[in-house]
Design a protein around this ligand. Structure first.
Ligand code: UGA
Length: 434
């Protein structure tokens, strides 16, 4: 199949690369000439495990192309994916100008039936808006399909190649057939392609992310309560997660959800509810719980140091909003750094992938270390903010030698309580006893 992908951000690039892997001929379009040149030379602009191998293989097989030429890319394409940014506007709702702008450009160029797929997370009713743009600028028939992505950063390739489900919102029979053909190689284990109308597909995406965010905020509150009543959240998590109706996944408490999706999508869904005169009470609580949770480690530190963090030196392990990514968008680490600096503390940070992104945002307001042990030299306490595998089994003797005090505040519950006690650490984690 001939496919065009408009926008080579995270979603566009993973989608394009993974679609070329099953034999489709995929042309990815971007207006950023420098980025396109880079990809044409075989360089990936993002870090995503497993993507590089597929990217090179399909470029070499000439099934994956990059261009700035929109007209050329869409001419023979039967399916055109819009994978464009939808940043939150000033009022919290998604800004659709990129999506609708691209729809207009495409409408002015096409001369035969096309399936136009919105892949970006877009508010309910966007497919209708895209349809209206096509009706305004062309007489050529198109089907506008909503096909939200459920990719997690860090495991996006796996999520694309073996999805739990594929959601396709369309009432156009021709488009339905093409989309079924396109996705059939990815659901061979029997996972469903769920067809529905466009609006239901659009809402499914927001509902899924908001539900997962709710699950996390709920567990964060349970964790906070565990500390007060003398329970252990790891035990409670196992106890409740074994109930299939609840499920084991996404029950890990921590320092709040971050990233480019959950915070934005929860906010956008609450806003959409509000616009429809519906007070989505749970979502409002989910957001306020998350705001508090992002700063919970700072509150714990202040309590430990009797309210005074002035001049204290803290090592931070992990800056990315989660492991296996260099993404720091809405990362709890940034909020924590901000609070620590405001309180007059010195911050030394280490992350296996995200250091450069943090450097370009925070410059020399904090110190950076080249490895995890270097970060600890002379520090009052270690704060663990991302659960990178490399932090799971460190050399605790080296840690003790490097640190000024044996104090760890762990926002990701990486270590065994008894082991920490044996090593003589003051170890404060989330939802467990100190
Ligand atoms: C999320 C969804 O999981 C994807 O299905 C969706 O496609 C994507 O958003 C999107 O809308 O594009 P992602 O933001 O990459 O994916 O990351 P997650 O693995 O979902 O983690 C989100 C946040 O929740 C992270 O800050 C993570 O630390 C936190 N989290 C996750 C917890 O605090 N506890 C958990 O048990 C799980």
């Amino acid at each position: 199949m001939e496919i065009a992908i408009i926008g080579t951000g995270y979603v566009g690039l993973v989608t394009g690369t993974c679609l070329s892997e099953t034999g489709n001929h995929v042309t990815c379009v971007d207006i950023n000439e420098q980025k396109v040149k880079m990809m044409q030379q075989g360089k990936l602009p993002i870090y995503e495990p497993g993507l590089e191998q597929l990217f090179h293989r399909n470029i070499n097989n000439e099934r994956l192309l990059f261009t700035t030429d929109l007209a050329g890319a869409i001419q023979n394409a039967s399916i055109i994916f819009l994978a464009l940014p939808t940043p939150p506007g000033g009022d919290g709702s998604a800004d659709l100008s990129y999506v609708l702008g691209a729809a207009k450009d495409i409408a002015c160029l096409i001369s035969s039936y096309k399936v136009i797929v919105t892949k970006s997370t877009v508010p309910v009713g966007t497919a209708d808006k895209v349809k209206a743009v096509f009706e305004k600028y062309t007489d050529v028939e198109v089907a506008v399909v909503s096909n939200p992505e459920f990719l997690r950063e860090g495991v996006a390739v796996e999520d694309f190649m073996k999805p739990d489900r594929v959601v396709v919102g369309t009432t156009d029979q021709r488009a339905r057939k093409l989309m079924a053909d396109l996705y059939s190689p990815y659901v061979r284990q029997g996972n469903p392609i769920i067809f529905m109308d466009e609006r239901s597909a659009e809402l499914t995406k927001y509902a899924a992310n908001s539900f997962l965010a709710t699950k996390i905020s709920f567990m964060n509150e349970i964790a906070n309560l565990c500390e007060l009543v003398g329970a252990d959240v790891d035990m409670v998590r196992l106890g409740v997660g074994s109930d299939e109706r609840i499920g084991k996944r996404f029950l890990f408490p921590g320092i709040g959800y971050g990233g480019s999706c959950f915070p934005k999508d929860v906010q956008a869904l609450a806003k959409a509810a509000d616009e429809n005169n519906y007070d989505f009470r749970i979502l409002n609580s989910v957001m306020s719980v998350n705001e508090i949770q992002k700063k919970i480690l700072v509150e714990k530190l202040k309590k430990y140091y009797n309210g005074n963090l002035e001049g204290k030196r803290f090592a931070l392990w992990g800056l990315a909003f989660k492991p296996e990514t260099d993404d720091i968008r809405e990362a709890p680490a940034l909020y924590i750094i901000d609070e620590l600096l405001k309180a007059g503390a010195v911050v030394v940070a280490y992350d296996p992938e995200a250091i450069n992104n943090v450097k370009s945002q925070l410059a020399d307001s904090i110190l950076y270390a080249n490895d995890l042990y270097e970060a600890l030299v002379g520090t009052d306490a270690l704060l663990i903010l991302t659960e990178w595998s490399a932090f799971r089994n460190p050399d605790f003797d080296t840690i003790k030698l490097n640190m000024k005090d044996k104090v760890i505040f762990d926002g990701r519950n990486l270590y065994d309580l008894q082991k920490m006690e044996e090593h003589g650490f003051y170890y404060n984690s989330i939802g467990r006893q100190v």
